[in-house]
Design a protein around this ligand. Structure first.
Ligand SMILES: C[S@@+](CC[C@H](N)C(=O)[O-])C[C@H]1O[C@@H](n2cnc3c(N)ncnc32)[C@H](O)[C@@H]1O
Ligand SMILES: [Zn+2]
Length: 268
């Protein structure tokens, strides 16, 4: 168990139908098995992160295998570099695709996932009750210091100081984002002057870079998959409306899937 109380940061322990800390802050376990540890800061809404519609769309494109070659690449990276059983925390885990994928193939680790979206965590928990999911912010993680052997952050926000805090000594951190030409065909269809994603950082204070790489492949989308992909990404609201409408009518589109990953190790 890596989670701590979001109010006082004392460890959480099982109690009655949920968890509590030594200061009597208590948290119910939802029927799906997750715990809500999100405490909004002043002025922050209780409803945050991706909507239920976006989560459902992302689940559909994951089921269609759009991101499977990336998940397989990341699995290889984890198998090669994380040899001893440890706690793996997926930050901004969404509907849980990667944590499920990793657990099925490398079951020796203990898997945890957090996301600020309740809809995401509810969906993730419904799919897998052996991974412990919690609604929580990546910027103030209710996670015990030094308790995580591998943190993954896959197209999600996070805070570097928080990462350093939760990682164990020489714990590792896998950061994944889009490569410059990711979904280039969508950008070309939606914008007059599309721009590539900026290259990602390979240096991070407090960490040593262990290895980095890219993963590229084309994917042939049917119309329904194209619609779900757009609904699952910020493209749903970006670009020209008319261009988006004509894109949504395409019967088929081959898109470039292109990712960059970097594995860092916390400095001793
Ligand atoms: C692009 S999605 C990626 C989800 C998942 N990693 C995947 O690849 O399927 C970004 C995720 O980050 C979550 N998110 C956004 N802000 C967050 C925050 N402050 N703390 C935790 N999660 C956050 C969103 O709710 C969403 O599920
Ligand atoms: Zn507490």
């Amino acid at each position: 168990m890596i989670f701590s109380c979001p109010h006082c940061f004392e460890p959480l322990r099982p109690a009655n139908c949920g968890w509590d800390c030594e200061n009597q802050h208590s948290f119910d376990i939802a029927k799906e098995g997750y715990v809500n540890l999100f405490v909004p800061t002043k002025g922050q809404s209780k409803i945050a992160g991706d909507s239920a519609d976006m989560i459902q769309a992302r689940r559909t494109i994951h089921e269609a295998g759009l991101y499977e070659p990336l998940a397989a690449t990341l699995c290889d990276v984890i198998s090669e570099h994380i040899r001893k059983p440890t706690s793996v925390l997926d930050i901004g885990c969404g509907e849980g695709y990667y944590s499920r994928y990793f657990q099925e193939r490398i079951p020796t680790h203990g898997y945890y996932g957090i996301d600020i979206s309740k809809a995401a965590i509810k969906t993730a928990s419904k799919q897998n009750s052996t991974i412990q999911y919690a609604v929580a912010s990546a910027f103030r993680m209710p996670v015990e210091s030094g308790s995580v052997g591998l943190a993954t952050r896959i197209f999600a926000p996070s805070d570097d100081a928080e990462l350093l805090r939760v990682l164990s000594n020489e714990g590792q951190y896998l950061e994944v984002g889009p490569a410059p030409r990711h979904l280039w065909e969508l950008r070309e269809a939606l914008y007059d002057a599309p721009t590539p994603h900026a290259p990602h950082r390979v240096a991070l204070d407090g960490f040593d870079l262990v290895q980095h790489g890219q993963c590229h492949y084309p994917f042939d989308l049917r119309n329904d998959q194209l619609q779900q992909l757009i609904a699952a990404t910020p493209f749903a609201h970006k670009g020209h409306r008319e261009k988006r409408n004509s894109l949504l009518e395409r019967n088929q589109l081959t898109v470039t899937m292109a990712f960059e990953w970097r594995l860092f190790k916390k400095q001793p």
